[in-house]
Design a protein around this ligand. Structure first.
Ligand SMILES: Nc1ncnc2c1ncn2[C@@H]1O[C@H](COP(=O)(O)OP(=O)(O)OP(=O)(O)O)[C@@H](O)[C@H]1O
Ligand SMILES: [Mg+2]
Length: 508
């Protein structure tokens, strides 16, 4: 007898509905799974058989064929265990006595996913939020998920999420509509995201201002400075002054972490802006994603947050080159022989570096002095200029804050005060660009429209261009940054003071 269960799988962050057909016939007891399964799916034969038996049902000695369709979509993982087990029970005729229309309707209107243990328990699996979104998108009533993944999936509205702890509960839900776990919904934690605070950073007002502008307009920033000047401190505090994630961003970010199997069991919904800081020895696959099966890399795990490349001069040129496409398009396209996926990757890039080999080039007046030769300094700077500086809108130089200032009591603006200003500036941009862009990524063709200059500021920019030998690209960057500075001030027009401040963030 043939039975059909609907399930889902994901590739990258996109999900697909998969039909699980199970056919059992008399004949030699063989168990076959067809339709592009990977090794983990093929192993599910053993798990499913044991789970059915240990849940108190009988496994009849029949010839069993499972077909996962469409056959062209790559499938992997163990999340098909549960639909295969239910399909087998249905095909054995287990549900016949109860084969009322209700049961049939439920089988047709719910997607089913979950890994089974040998005892019949349904275990946590990857990509559950993706499956819930898939159910919503394709008009299903709901989705049966492992109970442990219930909180993760429940952020998706307009679909019913049914959490089941074991095969028996799944069977009872499908036959009688009996929901067990779902009735006492786990408390969804709405704990405020917490980040280290900006008020901990003493001095460095120029760099702090740079961070505020970066957060407000989504600009990439480069901090060049002495060891111990607070570069890492500032970078870690940037997500805390960026606007709160909205619902769309929460779902997008959670989806990426879910497909990578990186969600926290306690707090499975990502509500805080990611901060990723890969080491300079990271491979390009670790950074951009890919691998045998498509996995998001650091640039996608940083989506909607901050990607911090510390000691950027130590990263290989090839790895830095791979950042070009995501920085321009906000996504990375990975094409391999057996798959082709897009991962979103829109982040603020924060780069940090010492100014020279010994690190103390800027410390003219302190006890620490630079010990590098002129040619060493030249070589060091050569390594980080060009392709790296090209990618940033804001450049700041930092010296160490003197001891006596570090010991002074008194704090600067807190993260929440800065965040209020940033959110106000983002609100202006949302209205101006209909929520589609920030100042840093408005398409080039609109720059002149949105970054209009009055006669005075136009004149100022022109003479700065002549004196500093600015390229067309540098002009664009100054205009974008000036637009953000004007937005932070709530000013409709870009004034000459805004242009002047934007120019101060160029490398001299
Ligand atoms: N401006 C500052 N205000 C308060 N503390 C600071 C400041 N700058 C540095 N510190 C102290 O020095 C420590 C080192 O700072 P941090 O790691 O941010 O420096 P860095 O510029 O990243 O140095 P490196 O180049 O060695 O990575 C901090 O943990 C903090 O205790
Ligand atoms: Mg550091």
């Amino acid at each position: 007898m043939l039975s059909r269960i609907m399930s889902a799988t994901f590739l990258g962050v996109d999900s697909y509905v998969i039909e699980v057909e199970v056919d059992t016939t008399n004949g030699l007891p063989i168990f076959n799974i067809v339709g592009l399964p990977d090794a983990a799916i093929s192993e599910s034969k053993e798990r499913v058989r044991a789970a059915i038996k240990n849940s108190g049902y009988e496994v009849f000695p029949r010839r069993i064929t499972v077909n996962l369709s469409p056959a062209g979509v790559r499938k992997e993982g163990s999340a098909f265990d549960l639909p295969i087990a239910i399909g087998m029970l249905s095909s054995f005729g287990f549900f016949n006595e109860n084969s009322d229309t209700e049961f049939k309707k439920r089988l047709e209107s719910y997607l089913v996913i979950g890994e089974l243990s040998l005892s019949g328990d349904v275990k946590r699996t990857k990509g559950v939020i993706n499956a819930a979104l898939c159910a919503k998108e394709h008009g299903y009533l709901g989705v049966l998920v492992p109970y442990e993944n219930f909180s993760e999936a429940s952020i998706v509205d307009e679909v019913e999420i049914v959490g089941v702890k074991n095969l028996t509960e799944a069977v009872e839900f499908l036959t009688f509509g009996k929901k067990i776990c779902c009735q006492n919904q786990p408390e969804l934690s709405h704990a405020e995201p917490s980040y280290p605070d900006f008020s901990d950073v003493k001095g460095q007002s120029f760099a702090k201002r740079g961070m505020e502008i970066a957060a407000a307009g989504g600009h990439n920033i480069f901090m060049m400075g002495s060891p111990g000047s607070g570069k890492s401190m500032l970078a870690k505090r940037l997500p805390g002054i960026m606007p709160r994630l909205n619902q769309r961003e929460i779902i997008e970010t959670t989806k990426i972490y879910s497909s990578a199997g990186l969600l926290d069991e306690e707090l499975p919904i990502i509500r805080s802006r990611p901060f990723r800081s890969p080491h300079h020895s990271a491979s390009d696959i670790a950074l951009v994603g890919g691998g045998k099966s498509p996995k998001p890399g650091e640039i996608s795990l940083a989506h909607n947050g901050v990607l911090f490349l510390d000691e950027v001069g130590e990263f290989s040129r090839r790895v830095l080159e791979t950042l070009r496409q995501p920085l321009e398009d906000g996504k990375i396209n990975i094409s391999k022989a057996n798959y082709k996926v897009d991962f979103p990757s829109e982040f603020i890039l924060v780069l940090a570096s010492n100014p020279c080999k010994c690190g103390y080039l800027f410390e003219m007046h302190s006890s620490k002095r630079c010990t590098c030769t002129q040619s060493e300094v030249k070589n060091y700077v050569k390594k980080i200029s060009g392709p790296i500086l090209d990618r940033v809108d804001l450049y700041v130089e930092m010296r160490r804050v003197p001891q006596e200032e570090l010991l002074k009591y008194g704090k600067g603006d807190s993260s929440s005060a800065i965040k209020d200003r940033v959110e106000a500036a983002r609100e202006l941009q949302n209205r101006r660009y209909d929520g589609m862009y920030t100042n840093s990524n408005i398409p080039q063709k609109y720059i002149m429209e949105y970054c209009k200059l009055d006669a005075e500021s136009g004149e100022l920019l022109k003479s700065a261009g002549e004196n500093l030998g600015l390229s067309a690209r540098a002009f664009d960057k100054i205009l974008r940054v000036a637009r953000t500075i004007a937005d932070l001030e709530g000013s409709i027009d870009i004034k000459s003071t805004h242009i002047m401040e934007a120019i101060s963030f160029r490398k001299k």
